[in-house]
Design a protein. Sequence first.
Length: 275
Amino acid sequence: MKQLTQGARLAAIVQLLEERTFWPVSELADRFEVSEETIRRDARQLEQSGVVQKVHGGLSATSNKIEAPYRLRLRENAEAKQRIAQTAASLVSEGMTLLLDSGTTCHWLARSLSHVRNLTIVTNSVEIAWEVLGNPGQRLLLAGGPIDADYHAAFGAEAKAFCRRFAPDLTILSMGAVDAVRGFLDFDAGEAAFKQTLLEQARNIVVLADHTKFTRSGFIQVATFTDVQDLVTDRVPPADVVRIATASNTRVHVAPEPGGERYPGTIRLAENTGP
């Protein structure tokens, strides 16, 4: 097989352990056409994530792998996240470079984009990397470094430096909370700091947030409304959020209900949220 970058190889190893719970080091080395010492280094890095454990002669999936926090979040509000992803996919066209963060809605977006050719996708997420890896006409660039056990993603200095090298057409971020006064917020300091480093290089920032994020109180500000060009959600946001979005020229896209019609790119308060 074509030799992969380390990041892509890590993502592939994680997927192989979904299919089979034990892989000998020698077999993985042959499969990826690298040395056994390279696989052992990969194993040490993946072991930090809590989804892989080194055993004699090989790598094994840990018993908590399937119900890891990331997997639980992926299923949470999955139907709404999938509709958001499909709507966000309409903002993407062939030839673009995208930077996707490690949020689960971005995971669904990566899946929705599997048919789009001539895309370059940069991500810090092992899970998203696996969704992209092997898609025809898509180029994958995966940030490396220590892997967070809960998020299956790299947030450290290496990941930040890697992502700062790019000026993507769209920087697409999931958010933990959206507040009319404080903007776009998160709960994890490492994840928030990683996202903050992406703002300066971004040409256009798209935030994906389901309706539950409008009632949460995040405590780490990532971005203001003036930083964000597009907000994609599954329900019309509260009136105060629509007001600040309108004042900040942030376009609000509401994913249609199944079989329903799509809202226009910019919601006008009087037309869509009542008096």
